[in-house]
Design a protein. Sequence first.
Length: 199
Amino acid sequence: MSCGYCEKDAVYKCSVCCKLLCTEHVKLATVCFSSAKKTKLASTIHKVMAEEEKSRIREFVRRFWGEETQLAFDTRFVVAELPAYIAKVNSGVIGFVSFAEMDDAFIIVALAVLPQYQSSSVGSGLVKKVENEAKRLGKRRVLVATSNDDLPALAFYQSLGFQIFEVKPYVIAEKHGTVLRGIGGLPVTDELRLQKTLS
């Protein structure tokens, strides 16, 4: 699925007209409550077991981030090799979340939902699965890192009870060897770290 304005992969959906967008063509805006469409989607979520499902995760990671590894919390992760949950509608994969253990916490390394299924509670359902697994294993926190430009991700995680607890300046710029332009043309430089304490 391509951006409505260019041939790049779409990773977001306009909350007003539902056009699919790449990061270059996303613009940040204030939207009223009635324009912020949110629906509930009947999807199924299960832990990734099959190699075919790992292949789908690789496709998602290349589409959303252009590479199969993610740098978070000073560690480079191969996303498709991590434990993960996938969300499906019918038999099609529409999203995933991968995670790793760290001391008393789980780290959400990558979370992606296809643009046409965003704002339908799929992402929050995936995060809830990670939280439940963390609790089952006696972890006290769930951590996630995002880039300074990814305001949709920051809003999403904070709406689920995550709080910013640390900023790592220039980590992302150093990883890429340059300052990239991200959502809304913002410079992508810093890693913002969020945590949620599990009760």
